[in-house]
Design a protein around this ligand. Structure first.
Ligand code: 13P
Length: 257
């Protein structure tokens, strides 16, 4: 049985302590409905300030915590930034890196993404590397070029053994937060491209171990679309992860795929 990975990206939500507490309570009661048979792994990427709290209060087999970003160095005079070591020490095992919202609003480029991936691995944080084309790039037929550039530049200098630890998340920017869903063949084409590029760079054995997820307007209804044909290893969920019952429904539908 393959384990499906479901990542919840809470983004800048749960903005009060009471929202945080209410969310955790609901989530815990929903999690009780899940069969812990190894068919799923849930990674909740919480806001930094809630990490320690979730780490102390949300425990369970196959449930892990992550953050939504890290800085590209471990320590130093970088006012306002969060070191991957800080995140790890507070309970994170994963970090999203290069999310399209960071690329868009904070102008993160592939070289920064690359540095963050390297420091994450060095600090024992598994990077969830986001790649995806914008709506304009898609219209201009540039999807493959963009995916190839983001993937290869982001993985520059990463050794085969290190690459096995990376999770790739294909998140077409036009689908993030929009309710516009790609067709399963579009998802499939990107999965095939990612596998091909990873195989060319690292060989088939290593490439086969890298998990590839889909993200963008994921709802439990969409699971079949990203599950059967494109055979994705998991999903990265934004809005729906804010409603525990919906998030757990996604875990249930995916683990039955
Ligand atoms: P939505 O699921 O809200 O479209 O967000 C996707 C996302 O950005 C996950 O990282």
């Amino acid at each position: 049985m393959t384990t499906k990975i479901i990542v919840g990206n809470l983004k800048m939500n749960l903005i009060t302590l009471s929202e945080r507490d209410g969310y955790l309570k609901l989530l815990k009661s929903e999690i009780k409905k899940l069969k812990n048979d190894g068919s799923w792994e849930l990674i909740l990427c919480v806001p930094f300030v809630h990490l320690d709290f979730f780490s102390k209060n949300l425990k369970g087999k196959n449930i892990y915590l992550g953050v939504q970003n890290i800085f590209w160095d471990e320590r130093g005079s970088f006012t306002g930034e969060i070191s991957p070591v800080m995140a790890r020490e507070c309970g994170a095992k994963y970090s999203i890196v290069g999310h399209s919202e960071r690329r868009r609003y904070f102008k993160e480029n592939d070289q920064e993404v690359n540095k963050k991936i390297k420091v994450a691995i060095q600090s024992q944080i598994t990077p969830i590397m986001c790649i995806g084309e914008t709506s304009d790039e898609r219209k201009e037929g540039l999807t493959k070029d963009v995916i190839s550039r983001q993937l290869l530049d982001g993985l520059e200098g990463i050794l085969p053994l290190q690459s096995e630890k990376i999770i790739i998340a294909y998140e077409p920017v036009w689908s993030v937060g929009s309710d516009i869903e790609p067709e399963s063949n579009e998802i499939m084409e990107v999965r095939i491209l990612v596998r091909k590029l990873l195989t060319q760079k690292y060989g088939e054995a290593v490439a086969g171990k890298v998990k590839v997820l889909y993200g963008g307007s994921v709802k439990s209804k969409l699971i079949k679309k990203v599950c059967f044909n494109p055979q994705m290893d998991g999903v990265l969920v934004g809005r729906e992860s804010l409603v525990p019952v919906n998030l757990i429904e996604i875990v249930q539908s995916f683990s039955q795929c």
